[in-house]
Design a protein. Structure first.
Length: 158
C-alpha cells in the first residue's frame, strides 16, 4: 500500500473525510411519528429548573408543562420543529437549547474549535517542516571533525 507523503494527498484525504462526515450528519432520517418528534424536540430543550438536564429526561412540573406544550404543537401538525422550539423560547423566555444552533452567533460555538484544530495542525506542519529543513542545513562532517573523533576514540581504547 502506498503511503501518503505529499501534502496534497493529506489534503485530499481530509476533504474526503470531512465530506463524508457532512453527508452523514445531514442525511434525512425520513418521516417521524408524532411521538418521535416530541421526543426529538424535548431532548434538544434544557429543563429550566434542572442543571444540564433535558426536558425529555426531567420529571419536574416545569418540564412536564413544556412537554405538554410541545405535544400539543406537534399534534396540530402545522409547525416545524424549529417553530416549536422558537415558541418554547418565546413563551418561557429563556435560553432553552441544550445544543447551540448551527447558525448566527451560535455557529461560533461549532466553528471556533474546528478553526483552532486547523490552525494548530497548520502550525505543527510548519514547525515540523522548519525543523526538518534546519536539520538538512547541518553540514557533513569535515576532515577536522573526523580527525577529532578518531583521536578521541584512540584515547578511550586501552
Amino acid at each position: 500500500m502506498k503511503r501518503l507523503k505529499s501534502p496534497a494527498g493529506w489534503a485530499l484525504l481530509v476533504l474526503v473525510v470531512a465530506g463524508l462526515l457532512a453527508v452523514g450528519i445531514t442525511r434525512d432520517q425520513g418521516p417521524q411519528s408524532p411521538q418521535d418528534r416530541v421526543a426529538s424536540i424535548s431532548r434538544r430543550i434544557a429543563c429550566p429548573v434542572c442543571d444540564g438536564e433535558s426536558v425529555f429526561e426531567s420529571r419536574n412540573n416545569a418540564s412536564a408543562t413544556i412537554r405538554s406544550a410541545i405535544e400539543s404543537r406537534v399534534a396540530s401538525g402545522q409547525q416545524s420543529d424549529d417553530q416549536i422550539i422558537g415558541f418554547v423560547e418565546q413563551r418561557f423566555s429563556a435560553q432553552v437549547l441544550l445544543v447551540p444552533r448551527g447558525s448566527g452567533l451560535d455557529a461560533l460555538v461549532w466553528a471556533l474549535p474546528a478553526a483552532a484544530v486547523v490552525i494548530a495542525g497548520a502550525a505543527l506542519f510548519v514547525t515540523f517542516r522548519r525543523w526538518r529543513d534546519e536539520s538538512r542545513l547541518i553540514d557533513d562532517p569535515t576532515e577536522e571533525d573526523r580527525r577529532l573523533v578518531a583521536v578521541a576514540l584512540d584515547e578511550e581504547s586501552p
